[in-house]
Design a protein around this ligand. Structure first.
Ligand code: MN
Ligand code: MN
Length: 461
């Protein structure tokens, strides 16, 4: 055997996905990405993603979960968890005692939430005060076009949905930054301090109402909101209003190979899960799709992955088949579908190149996330890694291996640990992202498409 032959049989030789997909798959990839673009344009918050998923699931024949319901193979069921997260299932041919094949992604993204008492006027400019949600580089958010999304629950029991800044003729909102001419002191600060949390105040207007009085700019803004939405200042106390980047997902690069948008993390995997689920008829095992909330702040709360809402959903399905929930969990497999960091040659020193995911090399399997000695990671077993790579290879999925940056450089988590805590074998895998958590994140179309194929392979395993 020559060394060349030995090399071929013994060593790995990862290849760019574009050298591995057929013309037919490329066409499918483009059409899949058009669907994803429409989804991400319509869904900038967990509520919007949940509402979209509910509407689409209804069209696809999914019925709401009902305690005590009968189920049979092929049944399509979903549970809307209070408008902020959703779990869907396609019932399999086998009993749930054999376990379910689960894909779990999250639909919340980093952003700036309005404080409970947000509206104020300073120096005849009206503002909203915000408290950022999830991990952001605060300096990235001033001087970019922003939009207001969310709901206000009024005292009369009605809920108003507000979206400002997305239509062509809508005004946008902006956080100001200091002019460079006066930034001598600011430029000496560390990046973490350049913009402080309490400086993330969103400009709402500058025109005072006519007549006598104080805070007439603020009053003007409240009057405009009242005329359009019927709300008064105290209604902010029972609202979830959030500031997100305005604008649509765009193709990026002269070859249009990338998609640039706010909130790919983790709606890019959420959409992959949904598209794969909708394509199923009667899978072997029950396929379960989770779109969770609150991942960016630790998967906490009633709509987060640590919530008992998941047990509630699965228990009703298990009861319908006289199966113990714990038996089902013990035999289940979960793909924790979340994004990873794509290698960025601009910041090569932050990554271990041999173990980092690359754009266009397919869905990225991450054995462990965490930080400082894998702290907080689920750390999938060798057996689980073997299962997932075999499943992907058998289904022809283009995949690669990923770790989250250099040892001791930082880190992060996903919902994986909370699924594994339930005695469910869990592995992380998802789309590699450039500039994760920035107002504009970049993903490759090829990786988006392969992640959908990966979810499908798991559902059909
Ligand atoms: Mn994520
Ligand atoms: Mn994230």
């Amino acid at each position: 055997m020559t060394n060349e032959e030995l090399k071929e049989s013994l060593l790995m030789a990862p290849k760019n996905g574009y050298t591995r997909i057929s013309a037919e798959q490329r066409a499918e990839m483009e059409s899949y990405c058009k669907g994803y673009t429409a989804f991400i344009d319509a869904c900038k918050t967990e509520r919007e993603a949940t509402a979209w998923a509910v509407a689409e699931a209804e069209k696809q024949g999914f019925k709401p979960l009902v305690d005590g319901m009968d189920i049979k193979p092929g049944d399509r069921i979903y549970m809307n968890n209070r408008g902020k997260s959703i779990i869907l299932a396609v019932v399999g041919a086998e009993s749930l005692a054999k376990g379910a094949n689960i894909c779990a992604a999250h639909v919340d993204s980093p952003r700036m939430d309005l404080k409970p008492n947000p509206l104020y006027e300073d120096s005849e400019i009206a503002y909203f005060k915000t408290h950022y949600y999830g991990g952001i580089k605060k300096y990235q958010w001033p001087t970019v076009a922003l939009a207001l999304h969310g709901v206000v629950c009024k005292k009369d029991g009605t809920t108003v949905t507000i979206t400002i800044g997305e239509e062509e003729n809508d005004p946008i909102l902006v956080v100001s930054d200091l002019l460079i001419h006066l930034s001598a002191d600011q430029m000496q600060k560390t990046a973490a301090q350049v913009i402080a949390g309490e400086q993330l105040n969103v400009i709402l207007g500058t025109e005072p109402l006519e007549g006598e009085g104080s805070d007439l700019v603020k009053l003007h803004i409240m009057k405009l909101l009242n005329e359009k939405y019927g709300i008064i200042e105290s209604d902010f106390l029972s609202a979830e209003l959030t500031i997100v980047p305005a604008g649509r997902c765009r193709e990026v690069g002269l070859d249009r190979s990338l998609l640039g948008a706010y909130g790919h993390d983790d709606r890019v995997c959420s959409y992959a899960e949904l598209a794969a689920l909708f394509s199923l008829t009667v899978p072997n095992k029950t396929a379960v799709c989770i779109l969770a909330d609150k991942e960016e702040i630790g998967s906490v709360g009633i709509s987060g992955m640590q919530s008992d809402a998941f047990e509630y959903f699965m228990d009703i399905l298990c009861c319908a088949q006289n199966v113990k929930l714990r038996e089902c969990f013990a035999n289940s497999f979960c793909l924790s579908a979340d994004v990873s960091n794509a290698f960025d040659p601009n910041f090569a020193e932050t990554c271990d190149r041999r173990n980092n995911s690359m754009l266009n090399y397919g869905v990225a399997i991450c054995k462990y996330t965490g930080s400082r000695g894998k702290g907080g990671a689920s750390d999938a077993s060798a057996e689980a890694m073997s299962h997932i790579r075999t499943t992907f290879d058998n289904a022809g999925v283009i995949w690669q291996i990923a770790t989250l940056g250099k040892v001791d450089q930082g880190g992060g988590g996903t919902v994986a640990a909370y699924m594994a805590n339930r005695n469910i074998v869990t592995v992380d895998a998802g789309v590699p992202v450039l500039c994760m958590h920035a107002p504009m994140e970049l993903v490759s179309k090829l990786d988006c498409y392969e992640t959908m194929l990966a979810c499908k392979a798991i559902y059909l395993a």
